[in-house]
Write a protein that binds this ligand. Structure first.
Ligand code: DC
Length: 223
């Protein structure tokens, strides 16, 4: 297996943007594992599955092919059973339903295999909630990105505004709090800093500053 850079952290910590830019800078593959959970959620919603029925969700995961493809311009394509669903997986409805899928142990086991397979294709930056703790616990490079809650809410607000979403700031804060709570308190693979991960508070840092910092860690063989 090539080098794996594991980046975890809560929504709005900047980890997706940072992971994508870091991958581009180092010519690594970028693996957005949240997008994989989102794509699976899209399939479950399309099929009208009861999201509380764990057996059905596990069965669904077994019957699903997920992939993340990197294109030469630095973008990624999220593939669900061969269909490009990249533009369909960021809606608030979908975002609010991912936690039903992400909390199921049998679903996560299958995802773990896919994520190790995709990340193992070469040198990779793998980003999510459990990269350093569960999926790639042996990797030398682990980062946990965080930011204070109001800053994370502001980033999320701006991001959603850019996507044309009309949620109020209050609604976004509420959704973010609920998601934080679910991500950090689920029984299986909760969001948690790995003991050996570097913790970075990005509240007052620009994206480039964070990417520069991580690049230095990686080039010095630390992390
Ligand atoms: O990073 P994101 O917001 O796209 O992730 C969407 C959801 O997927 C997030 O609320 C929790 C879940 N997730 C997870 O449980 N494990 C991962 N490795 C990545 C995401």
């Amino acid at each position: 297996m090539g080098n794996i850079i594991a980046i975890d952290g809560p929504a709005g910590s900047g980890k997706s943007t940072v992971a994508r830019l870091l991958a581009r800078r180092l010519s690594y593959i970028y693996v957005d594992t949240g997008a994989m959970y989102r794509a699976l959620t899209l399939k479950a919603l399309r099929k009208g599955l009861d999201l509380n029925n764990e057996e059905k969700l596990i069965e669904l995961t077994r019957d699903t092919e997920l992939d993340i493809l990197n294109d030469p311009s630095g973008g990624i394509k999220v593939m669900l059973d061969g269909e490009d669903v990249t533009s369909l997986i960021r809606t608030p409805e979908l975002t609010n339903n991912v936690s039903y899928i992400a909390r199921v142990g049998g679903v996560r086991e299958k995802m773990l295999d896919s994520q190790r397979m995709i990340g193992g294709r070469g040198d990779s930056v793998c980003e999510g909630r459990d990269m350093g703790t569960v999926v790639f616990p042996e990797t030398k490079y682990k980062f946990y990105l965080d930011a204070e809650f109001p800053e994370r809410a502001s980033r999320r607000y701006k991001e959603l505004l850019g996507d044309g979403c009309k949620l109020s700031r209050e609604e976004i804060e509420k959704d973010l709090k609920v998601r934080d709570h679910k991500d950090m308190n689920r029984d299986i693979a909760p969001l948690k800093k790995a003991d050996d991960a570097v913790y970075l508070d990005t509240t007052n840092m620009g994206i480039d500053e964070v990417v520069d910092k991580l690049t230095v860690y990686v080039n010095e063989g630390r992390g």
